[in-house]
Design a protein around this ligand. Structure first.
Ligand SMILES: Nc1ncnc2c1ncn2[C@@H]1O[C@H](COP(=O)(O)OP(=O)(O)O)[C@@H](O)[C@H]1O
Ligand SMILES: [Mg+2]
Length: 255
């Protein structure tokens, strides 16, 4: 399904009162949010505010304890990870998940595993089309010179790019990137920013970005959600949230 075929007024992804509890801890509490087709949205908040847990719920790696999530108008609250991956939702991880001893290309080819499609699919030989796509993406991400190197040989930033490449393999419409700039040098941060913008402008891909880098957020995101203790504290443009007193206090403490 292409982005053009969709009703632009309908959210691509929508969460209604999404909640996730770990014992007595409300890691995510009744959070409403939406990402529209071709939109780049930020998700920020202090450490432990529930951002990664929300991604785990959306990519269906964690059960959702309350509320509902819709993707392309379908209720995915109880879907399996491979089902949402096939529908066009991909993610990366805060703690990078690449096989360090496998080559960059091999990581790209088994990336379906991260989308929850299981070990059997992972062991199936890849097709020529899959390999061609992997090479094209490595080229796009400026990793082509490292194609046959072990992934452990890559810098932090190059591994973030590789993980974005792995998430792009199934050609998703929405990418959830968890701290894509953390541990990345300034030059590669610019590369990641530029690649996200290109994917957005030329292919209409939507993004939900967990970020601590406020300049990155301002440059990319049309809207930002702020979480604090699992609850939505604020939403608005990057400029609005940076000037929001409650947000300033959440980050720096009350004066
Ligand atoms: N698997 C888990 N079991 C118990 N508590 C968890 C688990 N994952 C996260 N938490 C807790 O949930 C809260 C939110 O964590 P997390 O989503 O990782 O925050 P963030 O990504 O915003 O830093 C934290 O208090 C964290 O300790
Ligand atoms: Mg996190």
């Amino acid at each position: 399904m292409t982005a053009m075929a969709e009703n632009v007024t309908e959210p691509l992804l929508e969460g209604r009162k999404v909640s996730k509890y770990f014992g007595g801890l409300a890691a995510v509490h009744r959070v409403d949010f939406a990402v529209h087709p071709q939109e780049i949205v930020g998700l920020v908040g202090p450490n432990g505010s529930g951002k990664t847990t929300l991604f785990d719920c959306l990519s269906r790696l964690q059960p959702i304890d309350g509320g509902e999530v819709f993707f392309k108008g379908k209720n995915i609250t109880k879907a399996k990870p491979y089902q949402v991956a096939r529908m066009g939702l991909s993610r990366t991880f805060q703690v990078i998940r690449v096989y360090r001893k496998m080559t960059v290309l091999e990581n790209m080819l088994i990336s379906r595993q991260w989308q929850g499609q299981g070990i059997l699919q992972m062991l199936r030989p890849s097709t020529k089309a899959t390999e061609d796509r992997a090479h094209q993406l490595l080229d796009f991400l400026l990793l082509e010179d490292l194609t046959y190197e072990p992934a452990g040989y890559l810098s932090g930033g190059q591994r973030r790019l590789l993980e974005i490449g792995m998430a792009l393999m199934p050609d998703p419409d929405l990418l959830l990137l968890d701290e894509a700039t953390s541990g990345v040098n300034p030059t590669l941060i610019e590369t990641i920013k530029d690649r996200i913008l290109t994917l957005n402008r030329e292919q209409g891909k939507a993004f939900l970005l967990i970020e601590h880098n406020i300049e990155f957020i301002s440059d990319l995101c049309s809207r930002v959600y702020v979480l604090e203790f699992g609850k939505k504290l604020a939403e608005g443009t990057a400029n609005e949230i940076m000037n929001n007193q409650a947000v300033i206090e959440a980050y720096f403490g009350a004066e």
